[in-house]
Design a protein around this ligand. Structure first.
Ligand code: IMP
Length: 194
């Protein structure tokens, strides 16, 4: 039973349980650990949505690794990106000649990740790969190479395990559908750091 009480009826059906997520994150961690054995691995978390996933993932990866963060913003509605992405926080440390792995919570249109792949590539890592927990491939607008994928998702807006709606619900331990059609109808526009 969850200790988190949610008073918003728009938080709906649970798509992924704590156990399902934990099992898949463990598998991804072991796969990444095997693939990068003996390499100089840097995981690059995309703020803010990836923090819960990243914190579990790094503890599932055997061997040495480093962690850095980037943040991007897209101007648009709360639930979708406008396509205009800009960097809010770049890498804090050089990754020249290291193996970079971008860790993202969810890929929707692909615009944010495509932008970040170019941005991180400009720092000249030895290799660059991507790891995403959730993939909404039906909504893709630009192609992006995904090397490690946790789960394929239907075209639903989801919250929990780091994913938010208007900044809320990141602390839900499992992943739920968020029923947008029952929302107030007011589309809140904001510059968002995803
Ligand atoms: P993209 O640029 O359209 O691929 O959007 C990527 C970003 O949009 C993600 O990093 C999330 O912050 C946000 N996003 C997309 N879909 C969802 C969702 O279902 N729930 C919460 N955030 C989402």
């Amino acid at each position: 039973m969850s200790i988190i009480a949610i008073d918003d009826e728009r938080v709906g059906e649970r798509l992924l349980s704590i156990e399902q997520i934990a099992q898949r994150v463990k598998e991804l961690g072991q796969q990444i650990g095997n693939d990068y054995r003996g390499r100089d691995l840097v995981l690059i978390g995309v703020l803010t949505g990836s923090v819960v996933f990243l914190s579990d993932l790094i503890r599932s990866i055997p061997g040495n690794l480093e962690v850095d963060f980037v943040a991007a913003a897209s101007y648009g509605a709360v639930t979708h990106s406008s396509g205009v992405v800009r960097i809010l926080k770049d890498l804090s440390h050089p990754i020249l000649s290291k193996d970079a792995l971008i860790v993202e919570d969810i890929v929707d249109t692909g615009l944010t990740l495509a932008y970040l792949i170019d941005r991180v590539a400009s720092h000249q890592p030895a290799s660059l790969a991507t790891c995403v927990l959730l993939n909404k491939s039906a909504r893709r607008r630009v192609p992006v190479d995904l090397n490690y994928v946790g789960f394929e998702l239907p075209d639903r807006f989801v919250v929990g395990y780091g994913l938010d709606y208007a900044g809320r619900y990141r602390n839900l331990p499992s992943i739920h559908v968020y029923n947008l059609e029952e929302s107030s109808g007011i589309e809140c526009r904001r510059p968002s750091a995803d």
